[in-house]
Design a protein around this ligand. Structure first.
Ligand SMILES: [Zn+2]
Ligand SMILES: [Zn+2]
Length: 219
């Protein structure tokens, strides 16, 4: 599913596997980054969706993980193996993915097990930019839902596209959620004034007003 000239959705509950969070793709045609990996149970369908959009598999250089939860990272080791891409995550969540923690990653909620995945680039900054060919993908630390949650933004067609993923939460002690951090992070997401929001489970919101209303509904 194409969202803008440079942004696609290639996985999610209706696109790859019912338990998968959304998997997005940012590409300038030469270099491509994936955002989140799903559970891994829909891996073959993710590969087919990528091929269907004519995205060159050898151009997939990065896999960004927005946070450590199983529905977003379960398939990371398979994608890393298939594309030989660099996996990027915030340091505070990377530890749970590399350790295959079954509780903080919520793998046990899915009656499944997280296969650990090496995180090639552990980010410790509140902001970091990555060149995806001619595009700039910005990573923003937005703790709350998990300690090392990140949002990503990219400019495409003159619009700011926000990959907020689990904007909606939930907050849970086992997941090491923090309510104050979460509220502060939602306020930060609002301040970005994004034109398009790509959410982890609720789909894609178009227009500043729609994006604002969705984020505000969780404040
Ligand atoms: Zn989550
Ligand atoms: Zn999720």
């Amino acid at each position: 599913m194409q969202i803008t000239e440079h942004v696609y959705q290639v996985g999610g509950s209706t696109l790859s596997h019912p338990s998968d969070a959304a998997i997005y793709c940012v590409t300038d045609g030469k270099v491509t980054a994936l955002i989140d990996a799903g559970t891994g149970d829909g891996h073959d369908r993710v590969l087919k969706n990528i091929a269907k959009e004519n995205i060159d598999a050898s151009a997939i250089h990065y896999l960004f993980l927005t946070h450590c939860h199983f529905d977003h990272v379960g398939g990371a080791h398979k994608l890393r193996g298939t594309f030989n891409c660099k996996v990027v995550a915030h340091q505070l969540d990377a530890q749970y993915i590399e350790a295959g923690d079954q509780y903080v990653t919520a793998a046990n909620w899915y009656g499944s097990f997280l296969t650990p995945c090496t995180i090639d680039i552990k980010v410790n900054d509140s902001e970091k930019s990555f060149a995806i060919g001619s595009l700039t993908l910005n990573m923003h630390h937005i703790p709350g839902h998990s300690p090392g949650s990140v949002a990503l933004t990219v400019e495409s067609e003159g619009k700011l596209v926000l990959f907020g993923q689990d904007v909606h939460g939930p907050l849970n002690d086992v997941l090491k959620s923090n309510r104050d951090d979460y509220i502060q992070s939602l306020e930060f997401l609002l301040s970005l004034d994004a034109d398009i929001l790509c959410e982890g489970h609720f789909g894609v919101y178009f227009g500043k007003e729609e994006v604002k209303n969705f984020i505000e509904s969780f404040l």
